[in-house]
Design a protein around this ligand. Sequence first.
Ligand code: SAT
Ligand code: MN
Length: 603
Amino acid sequence: MPAKTKPPTNNEKLLAWVEEMTTLCKPASVHWCDGSDAEYQVLCDFMVKGGTFTPLNPKLRPGCYLARSHASDVARVEDRTFICAKTKEEAGPNNNWADAAEMRQKLLGFFNGSMAGRTLYVIPFAMGPLASPIAKVGIEITDSPYVVANMRIMTRMGRAVLDKLGASGGFIPCMHSVGAPLKPGQTDAPWPCEPDPQKKYIVHFPDDPSIWSYGSGYGGNALLGKKCLALRIASIVAQREGWLAEHMLILRLTSPQGKKHYIAAAFPSACGKTNLAMMQPTLPGWKVTCLGDDIAWIHVGKDGRFHAMNPETGFFGVAPGTSKHSNPNAMGTFTRNSIFTNVALTPDGDIWWEDMGVPPPAKAIDWEGKDWTPDCGRKAAHPNARFTAPAAQCPVIDPDWENPEGVPLDAILFGGRRATTIPLINEAFDWEHGVFLGSAAGSETTAAALGKAGILRRDPFAMLPFCGYNMGDYLGHWLSFAQRTDRAKLPKMFFVNWFRRSAEGKWLWPGYGDNSRVLKWVCERVEGAGKAVATPIGNVPAPDALDLTGLDMGADSLRELLAVDIAGWKHETGTIAGYYATFGSRLPDALKQKLETLSKGLG
Ligand code: SAT
Ligand code: MN
């Protein structure tokens, strides 16, 4: 019998489930997390002792720890992610499907005894402020203290959630095991996990709904509140209930005159969402405040407008490339109480990564724990190294970031990494055209998922890895909002591309704080001002419409950035048509029509 703390709940369903999972996984002990500071500290000390955590220099980075993962466990594993909907058709071509009953059997086999020698932690967590009408309670069972510590930063976790659940409240069960049972007397690895990629499983059962994740301890594979619950499962629930669960940042832009605009933006993983979400505008007098950097839950409010809420409480951001230049406010967020995973350790007990904007240390310990020098030919940090930092510590956190009603959206942006064809910004003609632009979003792949980086793939709404059901139906769900409220109350939609390059391969746009120039035009368009030129692809800024004050940009570069490259777009429409074909009859007609209109417009 495992050693147990007294369960701090009388929720029968929860007690029964934890009992059942304890019998299945056979842990050495069971711990119910209360979410307290004291508990967090005990866990961190335990991980320091076991070698999972290295404490950073408390003078430089108080309350911070470094973790190094196993080299096989460094990113989301999309090819091991499954949606066990009733039919393959329901899961759609955008998901790996597996039969629910067969998968359940398989998972029961894997989880049988998987926690031997370990503690089974019960993590009660909420996605969204507890008072929000669309907040969801999840219970994650895990054998990873690293997951517990990260979940405490990323979600509202602990006693208050059990209190909200009460005796009869429902919850989404989230089962997680690193898949590395310990034999009696066996010493633990600093980062236990299942090294065989074919034995990792990230599985979603939409009908329960429930989540089962086996074999990985990294990021979205293991912090089950994030991509698994708040996106894949939530997208399914949202379709049933008439709201939207989206891979979007939320920010507020305030003009020098004090006018506020709320903007949500969808970009694939590792395409600069965190940087944009807390950007420091280079345009004088403009200010950005941040509400979220990764996920937005959006519902139509009583006022008929789109209201967006961030279900998380922390940032799990890409470390390499984060610098005083690219994201000074992120640098100001992870000064304390943060966890760094797979970055380099400097001799003075601080962290370092590529493009941090400070010179590399003369020597360091790299993300694999090996000695590193700047000339050794290897990267010091893994390209998908991450920081986990409390959102409340962000120097520009918005006062409304925990507002249970969310904030009213004025605009939605879509984007991706595109070296060619896609202009700096393009405004949709109407709602259906906006959904078309979002559906056709494409991006060059990044290190956030295992696989080759730099390949162009269609990533509608940046939801390709996160939409828990047939993407054709998802696009139909987005279109349906034109009927759910007044069209005039819908946010305006735009497509942006910060990543366009010249024929010589140079970036054409400076990005980062200068993106405020593009956001200013977005606000002007929302206000019914802002000069635009109608083109076959949408409304692009007139040549003198963007505020480029203080920016050294040649007329040629600007022309190239805003140009509609007809040949490039003809190729683009061909590949969009090919992609659309994969959805067969599930693709809404309105989108086929938009594609046809675009093709005709290009001549
Ligand atoms: O590892 S995560 O899925 O949380 C990060 C990402 O891919 O955006
Ligand atoms: Mn993301």
